[in-house]
Design a protein around this ligand. Structure first.
Ligand code: MG
Length: 346
């Protein structure tokens, strides 16, 4: 529905299997990461030793899977299939959502910062506001417990929104279409479909202020989050609750919800990446009925790893902070480079 050329679409940008070094890199990364999830669950749920055992069991099964693909030169996999297998092992072992508490805590913390951030943004002249909103998206997006680099940063307390926003790389970013997008944005967007990424500062301090700016400009905004948990990505259910709490303190969001100009819909996904061929049927139906003129893909997984080459029927924004060395290299950059790609509809 969204894809300009569905036959040519593949939700994987990196050829992980075709490059022995990349193959080793990703298998090693997934192996290290699942161990950090075991430690995370033990830390976050000291009262539930049963859960620790289930988590260890899930990790053992996932490590078996990594071992099996590692020794099989014919095995085909990429970051999407490895993420899917990790979630499958978690669910099979009875681990519903290892990051639920962290997400709740980060959502609550971010919501307390939201009113002051919105006043700050409202006080900026319009040309500066878009820059600040985009830098806010980048800064929020650093809350990512799927990347060892940012998970470590988070554990050390280094993902505080305002600090990160102050330390972002200056423009021009690695991919910087902000000026082209500004012209498009000022022309008016009638309907935006926004695939959001993480909970906490990402959704609350990055994406909601951007969505709110679109509402103020008369855009109908649809926010789409995962159906089921994946790492610290916000789920559709959590998004509803975050939005309600944010709207309690903000008239624009409140009116948007009341008037139906601000909606949420499940993407149908359950991964940090997004396969645009597998969207929730209700979303597919919505796309047929009311196609968006702007689609936003946020986060490295959705915007770069799975959809960098995707060409859409709508104008597209692909916005991400690059939190992995190999993904950064794929785009000719380095860790923490920033990507703001605007692609007019194909
Ligand atoms: Mg994420």
């Amino acid at each position: 529905m969204l894809l300009a050329d569905p036959g040519a679409y593949a939700p994987g940008s990196l050829d992980v299997c075709g490059d022995p070094a990349l193959r080793r890199y990703w298998l090693g990364l997934f192996r290290r990461h699942i161990r950090t999830v075991v430690a995370h669950v033990a830390r976050e749920h000291p009262e539930d030793p049963e859960l620790h055992l289930r988590m260890e069991h899930a990790a053992a099964r996932f490590l078996d899977h990594l071992e099996a693909v590692e020794v099989d030169p014919a095995a085909r996999f990429d970051t999407l299939t490895l993420c899917a297998e990790r979630e499958r092992c978690l669910r099979a072992a009875g681990v519903a959502d290892p990051f639920r508490r962290t997400k709740e805590r980060e959502n609550a913390a971010a919501l307390t910062l939201l009113p002051a951030l919105l006043s700050e943004l409202d006080g900026l002249p319009v040309p500066d506001r878009l820059d600040a909103l985009v830098r806010g998206i980048f800064a929020g997006n650093v809350f990512d417990l799927g990347s060892p680099a940012t998970a470590e940063l988070f554990a050390k307390g280094g993902t505080a929104f305002h600090d990160v926003r102050n330390r972002l790389r200056p423009r021009p970013w690695l991919v910087d279409d902000l000026d082209a997008f500004r012209l498009r944005f000022d022309r008016g967007v009638s309907r935006a479909l926004v695939f959001v990424d993480n909970a906490g500062s990402d959704i609350v301090l990055g994406m909601l202020p951007f969505a709110r700016e679109m509402l103020r400009r008369g855009t109908h905004v649809v926010l789409s989050a995962n159906a089921t948990p994946a790492l610290n990505d916000v789920t559709h259910e959590e998004l509803g609750s975050v939005l309600e709490r944010a709207a309690a303190g903000d008239a624009t969001l409140r009116e948007g919800l009341r008037e139906g100009r601000l909606e949420t819909i499940s993407s149908g996904g359950g991964l940090p990446l997004l396969d645009l061929r597998r969207l929730d049927p209700a979303l597919v139906e919505m796309l047929a009925r009311t196609p968006p003129d702007l689609v936003v893909l946020e986060g490295m997984g959705r915007a770069v790893e799975s959809n960098w080459r995707a060409r859409l029927h709508a104008d597209a924004l692909k916005v991400a902070m690059l939190k992995d060395e190999s993904v950064a290299r794929f785009l000719g950059g380095t860790l923490y480079d920033l990507v703001f790609r605007y692609e007019p509809a194909s």
